[in-house]
Design a protein around this ligand. Sequence first.
Ligand code: SF4
Length: 306
Amino acid sequence: MRWFDKRYHSLNFELRKIFNEKIFKLSLDGGFTCPNRDGKIGFNGCIFCSDSGSGEYASDRILSIDKQIEDQINLLSNKWPNGKYIAYFQNFTNTYADVDILRKKYEAAINCDSVVGIAIATRPDCLDDDVIQLISELSKKTYLWIEIGLQTIHDGSAEFLRRGYPFSLFKEKVKKLRSYNINVVTHLILGIPNETKDMIFESISKVSSMDIQGVKLHLLHIIKGTDLEKYYNSTKFELLEKEEYIHLICDILERLNPNITIHRLTGDGSRDTLVEPWWSLDKRSVLNGIDKELSIRDSYQGKYYL
Ligand code: SF4
């Protein structure tokens, strides 16, 4: 099994299949907050979440959506003069506002030249019916996916992460989104303290069996200033080593439904804010290691998917 030169179903493969060319993502800050931070659900947020709402590379939130898009396209235009883009509402909870406000922000992105789709990161407890109706309407006009930070199917681990909603709610909202044919991408975190390999495989198996179109696999990053940093400093819990992570990713890919697109295979930490694991900054070497290990195993995504 191959998806172009990869042994996994890469996002690059999927987007080229749809648009017939390479598509880039623009990380936007929609100016939202999060119910897990503003007191509706909690004040402290997820234990790993940074001040920027887990979106280290997004544009400046004081700028309008069109201006953020224009600035980012200008930066990329030297290298990719006629590039096409997905506008990615990345940090905080991008459906946490009145639908009229959401509509204005999403439409501002969709109406920009060169933008061929949007991606919206959110939480299942911020997907009320009126929001899903709006997303459904927009998904008929442009390519669209919703990203949900599940991180794990295990409610005990989710409690440690302070995720603030049960797995049952995730399942309910995925079902609802899919009833409108809206694409769903889910985030999973690898390296959560006290999660065994078997528990991770259970998350993979569950996600594989659901009607989900994409996954983002993240290595647990310890970011400066987060409660996870304090927890790490006091417990020095065991972190995944590079080789261990590469092997784990290959084990996961072998078990994952091959129809699910891989949006990410590692974290994307910033040198300025990352505490550990420091090796993860060399992303290219991690990705090359995964390719090499799959090749050594003569393996591919879905090899052991039942
Ligand atoms: S849901 Fe997202 S933005 Fe909110 S606290 Fe958790 S990681 Fe941060």
